[in-house]
Design a protein. Sequence first.
Length: 293
Amino acid sequence: MKLEFLEFHLLSSSLQHLWSKFIEHYDWEKLLNTVASRLFQFILLSILFLIIRWVGKAIIQKAFNKYRDSKLATVSANRTDTIHSLVLNIFTYIILFFWIYALLTLMGVPVGTLIAGAGIFSLALGLGAQGFVSDIVTGFFILLEQQLDVGDAVKINAIEGTVTAIGLRTTQVTSYDGTLNFIPNRNIQIVSNLSRNAMRALIEIKVNPNTPIDDITKIIKEVNEQLTPKFPEITKGPTYLGTSISADGHLALQVIVYTTPGEQFTVQRAFLSAYLRAIREAGISLPTIYPGK
């Protein structure tokens, strides 16, 4: 027992001696100077790249604004915004790449040698980057085929809203409730673009079987004459289709209006409100509760 205690004491004393010798002989001033120097270089490098990013974005913004204001602009505003968003996205990725490269070089990491001799690591990285490459390729074809433009009203999968930005990897869609959705380009399978060609607004007025259809028909025509001149975005109609069975199986009067892309919902709400208000003022009652609802 005493022998074990003596051995432990000798080992402890030896370690303390080595630690004291290390503390005394290590050049702490040099270490602190090195850390401070690297930290200063890192801060200076980051500030430099932030300035480059800010200047580059300002130049890109100015160039696109000048193009929009010029008489030589032959591309639509939405298409110009799309290209603008893509250029900013590419510029950001390039700046990020060179910042990381400069940072690793500053830390003494031989980036070129590391990449050249990565071997299995490169293979693993390549397999892990398949999704990233798929995003870029899909995004490229979306832009090439002009499926989307910034400002378009679209429906992608279960998400419906307005395209805010199109990047190399993701597409941003703002829903009508304000939610900003980031959709990886590889997940975009079917794109329903609601901003191409003339859009149709179908207006349905639910009625009872004993509702005076002729009176409502006259009211619809009067409202159409009064309201149509206030909406220059209407390209055709409104056209009264008469009595029909709606999708939910109820008796309804239908009116159809064609509008410029993106304006169909505004026109639909305005005309439906005007119809219901005029019908109520005429003293005609409409169903408010439907079976199964």
